[in-house]
Structure formats: C-alpha cells, structure tokens
Design a protein around this ligand. Sequence first.
Ligand code: PLP
Length: 367
Amino acid sequence: VQISNTILEITSARPDVERPDLTRPDWVNGLERPTDALWLDKNENLDPILAEWNRKLVSELDPRSIGTYPECAPLYRKLGESLDLHPRHLLLTPGSDGAIRAVFEAFISPGDRVIHTVPTFAMYSVYSKMYGAQVTPLEYEPSEQGPSLSVDRFLEKIKSTKPKLVCLANPDSPTGTVFNSAELRKIIEAAGQAKALILVDEAYHPFYEPSVVQWVSQYPHLVVARTFAKAWGLAGLRIGYAVASASVAPLLHKVRSMYEVNTLAVDILSRALDHPDQMLASVKRLNDGKAFFLKEMEQKKLRVLQGHGNFLHVAFGKSAERVFKALDGHVLFRKDFSEPCLKGFSRFSSTTQEIFKPVVSKVLESL
Ligand SMILES: Cc1ncc(COP(=O)(O)O)c(C=O)c1O
C-alpha cells in the first residue's frame, strides 16, 4: 500500500512527536497470541472462576449500553463510596495507563524534569518523550534479594534534580518491588518539598494491599493511579482511575476526552463494584497459585523472587534452554530481561494452582 507523505512536506507534528526515539509497536503486524497457549506473559488475571463471574456481568448488560453515550456520574459516586472518598477526587480513565497519560497531559511541558524508576511500566518513558520531559532515571540495582533501590537514593535524587513529576509504581513492574508506607511517606514529602507532583501507580492493588489512596486529602501534590485490569480481571474493558487532591483532580478533568470511558465499561463496573468479594477471592486464588509455583521451584534450589504484583520470577540457570523448549507452544511468559537487576530471571503472571500444576510438571521434568 502506498501511503502519501505529502502532509509532511507542508507541515510537521509537534517536535516531540517527530523525535525518532519515540517509537510504538506496529499496529498492523502486531503479535497475535496463539489461542491454545496459556497466556502468562502480560500480568492479566485469567482466573476461570472470576472470568465466569465477569461473563455473567456481561450477559446482564443493559442493551442501551451498546448504543448510547456513557453517563458516568453514578459510577463516580459509587466508586467514591467504595473508596470512602468524595467523587470529586476521581477521574475515570481508560486503564491506569489513561490516568498516567492524564497526569502528563495536564502537567508536563517540554523541558520539565521527570523522575521514574528503571525498569518500570513502559509508558512512563513513552509519555516522557511524548510530552518532551527530561528524564532522570532511577535504576534498580542487582542484589541477592533481587532488584534493589534504597529510599535514601530516591530521596537524594528528588532533592538534587528538582523534578516537576516523580513517578513510582508500588508495586513496581517488572521488579515486583515495593516501598513500605513509612518509606512512601518520606518520598511523597520529599516530592512536596521539591514542589513536584508525585504519581503513585497502584495497578497491582490489592495483590499488594497497603495503599496511599487516602493520603490525597493530606497531600495536594499526590496522584494515585488504579486499574480494574489486574485484580478485577477486566483488562479488556480498559477502565481505571486517578485519585487526586481537590486541587489537582479538576485539572485532570480539564484534559479528559469528551467521554472519558465507554458505556460498556461503566455498565459492567457499576455492577462489579457491588461484589468486591469476587475480586478478593480471585486475588487469593492467584496468590495461592503463586506461592505453590514458588515453593516447587525453591525445592529444586532455583532462585526465585516473590515480589508483590500478580507475577513471579524464577531463574532457571543452566536448565533455562531446556525449560524454554519444554514450555514452548504451551505457555507464554517473559523469558529474560536485559536490565542487570533482573538478568537471568523469567517472569510468569500469577494464575491458579490448578492451572500452574501442568506448567510446574513440565518445568520439573526438564530440569
Ligand atoms: C505498573 C503498571 N502500571 C500501569 C499498567 C497499565 O495497566 P492498565 O491496563 O490499567 O492500563 C501496568 C500494566 O501492566 C503496570 O504494570
């Protein structure tokens, strides 16, 4: 297909959009995951019991939810109630990715400094380029216990670089690491002293339960990103939210699309929120499955990382090529990492013990 380049001869995109290092996955030749393999590569929640529950929610859709524009106000009120926060603190977004983008869109101008961890969720780097930010990377270092980043190094970086925005996923991905509440308070306060906004990304809540969501009433510069993609098993609906202070939330709303999320998502979410027990039971099944997988690997003296997300890491060492071959075509997972802090580790998304069992058998047979 011949695509005309004429438009580029008469005008140009924003300089940051034209920069050659801003690249995105191909939208035509994107990878299609084989339907008969087990998908443990993207940290989704494929728990069959939760999937069946969500399928029931879908089957009870109001038929108008397909043909009409969304009315979000009741969902804002319901979500606010479930979080024990006034709905004025909330912005519904297409996944937590949408919440992250809204923060960049509202706050980052070309040349602003952004601190984010490395490695972390890929879109922090993408949005930094897209909005022209100067990035100060904060790298996890390898250690016996896995990726390591001290709170003191974090505080020092905030103090010395005076950023406009600090981004921290807690738990972080792909490292699975967390800062505890006392450490987070120090990081949030250091950001405040530097007059920076801080975005705490809680995509993996409540696989990791502690949260700073309630702190938005206390810290005007704090934004929290959350999602229904992981624990709630609704990645395909593309719905999440930002929680922000009363001064920041209205600014995030200024940059929202005409309709911030779609009607199907609003309809399903409104009913899913009545049954957090379904989600919590699934989180338990996945955490139990993860504990099972890790125990089996540890018994074989393999190095593992427990982490706090819905995923785990295991280093197959000298058996790696044999294990990869045994799982090839059966299980999709992340085989290795280029970053030194995770070098040699493979990553699997958590699933139930029942689903993990044949995977574990295949691994054990090939060691
Ligand atoms: C740390 C982190 N934040 C955000 C996201 C984006 O999730 P969502 O599907 O809600 O956009 C991910 C997805 O893997 C993630 O790992």
